[in-house]
Design a protein around this ligand. Structure first.
Ligand SMILES: [Zn+2]
Ligand SMILES: [Zn+2]
Length: 366
């Protein structure tokens, strides 16, 4: 398959010029894909907490940079070695790949492929950028920069959507947000009938007998219930700690597993402490600017375990298609997560919207 378009494309993209600076929609240049890459015309993108962290120099101060890692788009052109997708395919980008051959891929315990890893240096696998502005190279965000009319991504990091799906827009949430939560319950803690789960700051789980959502935003209660939440704790309505409140509604036992979505040290400790003595597990699934976190040693000594997870432990070729099938068969209601829709030009307004109490997911029309 050869590339139909080997020209540089000038298009609009959201550029972050520095830590804390307002985002700007600017004309940028996007190069054609190299041999194992594809160029994608983005249709929709969405905002994840990690985009905002990256605009604040997390984990590295890489500027200027095109943000965004959730999205859905159409393959515009492909490099000559690409076999996985062709022009016109509708795809979602993923920020980790799966080679199915490396030590981690074959281990059965990790989704962090060593050949197609999570890339944090803002460049493509070959160490260069495909985006520039007025002659200056732009950094990508992970393998993708979805807040752009066009982006180039390695073909191993895209997944084709079934063309029979009627409405593609919500598929954007599958690139990170929804899949991370769904995957964490499925892969990181095999939620079984009768088990109890707490989700701190992110009501997006399903599958257990008792699912406790924890959030200061009381509006999340309603959204969480759509996704199977059975109990809700609003920590700002009590003087007690989150772990005390969770133990109160689990007969003093705590939960089998807790998922912590913010990466904030105090909440991570509460998530750990809220799990069962001797066997509870806390999984950190979100990042924060806390570079390190002190952890209660006693909590750990008492048989609990703490681990972190990227993309909910999902393997992008083996597991994500199963979620795509569930999405196609309407087994979960992704549209329930969508609360706001904006044009790309209004990106700064979109970021303000995230502070609104009723905001869950913002869809960006590219
Ligand atoms: Zn691998
Ligand atoms: Zn994300």
């Amino acid at each position: 398959m050869s590339s139909s378009n080997s020209q540089v494309i000038t298009c609009k993209a959201v550029v972050c010029w520095g830590e804390g600076e307002p985002l700007k929609v600017e004309d940028i240049e996007v190069e054609p894909p190299k041999s194992d890459e594809v160029r994608v015309k983005m249709l929709y993108a969405s905002i994840c907490h990690t985009d905002l962290l990256c605009s604040k120099a997390f984990p590295l101060p890489l500027f200027p940079r095109v943000l965004g890692h959730e999205g859905v788009g159409v393959v515009e052109s492909v490099g000559e070695e690409v076999k996985e997708v062709k022009e016109g395919d509708v795809v979602i980008p993923t920020y980790i790949g799966e080679c199915k051959e490396c030590e981690n891929c074959t281990s059965g315990v990790s989704n962090l492929c060593l050949k197609y890893p999570l890339i944090i240096n803002g460049l493509m696998l070959d160490g260069s950028s495909r985006m520039s502005i007025r002659g200056q190279n732009l950094y990508h965000l992970f393998t993708c920069s979805t807040w752009s009319e066009y982006m180039v991504i390695n073909a191993y990091y895209v997944l084709k959507l079934d063309p029979s799906i009627a409405n593609f827009s919500h598929a954007s949430f599958l690139s990170c947000g929804f899949s991370t939560g769904f995957g964490a319950a499925w892969k990181e803690f095999n939620v079984e009938n009768g088990s109890s789960v707490a989700v701190v700051n992110g009501a997006r789980m399903q599958g257990a007998a008792k699912i406790i959502g924890v959030d200061k935003n009381k509006w999340k209660k309603e959204k969480g219930e759509v996704f199977g939440m059975t109990d809700f704790i609003n920590p700002s309505e009590s003087d007690k700690s989150v772990s005390e409140l969770i133990k109160e509604i689990t007969n003093g036992m705590g939960v089998d597993c807790s998922f912590e979505c913010t990466g904030v040290a105090t909440l991570a400790n509460e998530a750990l402490e809220s799990t069962k003595l001797g066997k509870g597990k806390a999984v950190i699934i979100g990042a924060s600017n806390d570079g390190s976190m002190p952890i209660g040693v006693l909590s750990l000594l008492l048989g609990r375990s703490l681990k972190g997870s990227i993309f909910g432990g999902l393997k992008t070729k083996s597991d994500l298609p199963i979620i795509l099938d569930k999405y196609k068969n309407k087994e979960f209601q992704l549209d329930e997560l969508l609360t706001h829709e904006v044009q790309m030009e209004d990106i700064n307004k979109a970021i303000e919207l995230l502070k609104e109490p009723d905001c869950v997911k913002v869809l960006i029309k590219i």
